[in-house]
Write a protein that binds this ligand. Sequence first.
Ligand code: NZQ
Ligand code: ZN
Length: 388
Amino acid sequence: MKNFECYNPTRVFFGRGETDRVGQLCVQFGRRVLLVYGSGSIKKNGLYDRVMHALRSQNLEVLELTGVQPNPRIDKVREGVRICKEQGVEVILAVGGGSVLDSAKIIAIGAHYHGDPWDFFVDESTIPGKKTPLVTVLTLAATGSEMNHNAVVSNDETQEKLAVVNPAIFPDVSILDPENTYTVPRDQTVNGIADIMAHVFEQYFQPVPETPLQDRFAEGIMTTVIEYTPRVLAHPEDYDARATIMWCGTLALNHLLECGGEGDWATHRIEHELSAFYDIPHGAGLAIVFPQWMRYVVDAIPHKFAQFAERVWQIERNGKTDREMALQAIERTKNWFSEIGAPVSLREVGIGTERLEVMAERATQKGPLGSVKKLFKEDVLEILKMCL
Ligand code: NZQ
Ligand code: ZN
């Protein structure tokens, strides 16, 4: 196990009815609130009215930034920063999925920076030491953004999708009320589940030996997601199923699993190129790339894949080698993605061979990817071809 620092300052309120606390939680930071949300789902399902009621009951003044889109764009972030600066916003409230939360995180630090917020994605040293307090109400189980220090934003001008990873952007408070995820459509529920599994894979398939507790945390999340996915798909308003998937999503990427190990993250970098160039949902891209990445790197850590086969998919040894166990588990993983309704090939999302080369080039422009096996441009190109 490697040395590590473990830090997470986000206060989480989890459970049915916790949404109604939002007014009290915001008022402790200030009276002038910027409410950030997406393209209307919270208006359709009544969450907007509920949140506004809670804010008004505390006499808060509410400004709005609406229309944050999936694979959020830097232009919308710039608009939010402008409002914060011009109107003296004291607290930011993000109500939505990862795209809304990530945008709000960058707005929160952008409000204290004299330049353009895209600078944070290009040069980390520009991130200011101060941020506007950030409260979130999560509506989709997927990214873990509600309790982590990552934010991913796209730039249409440069066709880039980049991440900021910095302790300055942890939310101060996050409300996780599973009932707010009842209306997530089936395809987005599946995309979210694929993302959750992918986050666990990134931190489980890694080269550092002797991380037994971390492995079992990860296997606990994977087996729980596998068990509860059919239930949440069959009964979108099953409280305990939604609650379980939601908590799995948070724990999958709140920095706990990575302690003592060295996460790989190559698949995420490759996927970010797919969604930068083709605007496909993040979770869909991960379901396509992950099984092929696994095939490509399996010989670097066959024992770990064999452990995955035994403990997660309950594949019996019966004299099989680690490699044979691994290949069976990888096939099972791909089939599972397919069974729950996720795409498993680029063709299924309308992507052909045209831009594979440029995506491989972009993914590796800052150096090779991954910790399990260093992936150079040619490797990434090969993986993308395997995804066709
Ligand atoms: O825009 P609205 O109307 O809200 O609709 C959204 C959107 O169309 C809808 N939705 C959300 N909650 C809903 C709902 N529809 C009905 N009922 C609800 N309760 O779902 C759609 C997708 O939303 P989005 O926020 O884009 O999804 P997700 O949470 O999967 O976020 C994906 C983004 O996060 C980034 C991804 O790259 C992508 O840009 N990631 C962020 C990470 C992080 N911050 O740690 C890590 C991840 O690996 C990932 O890269
Ligand atoms: Zn992800």
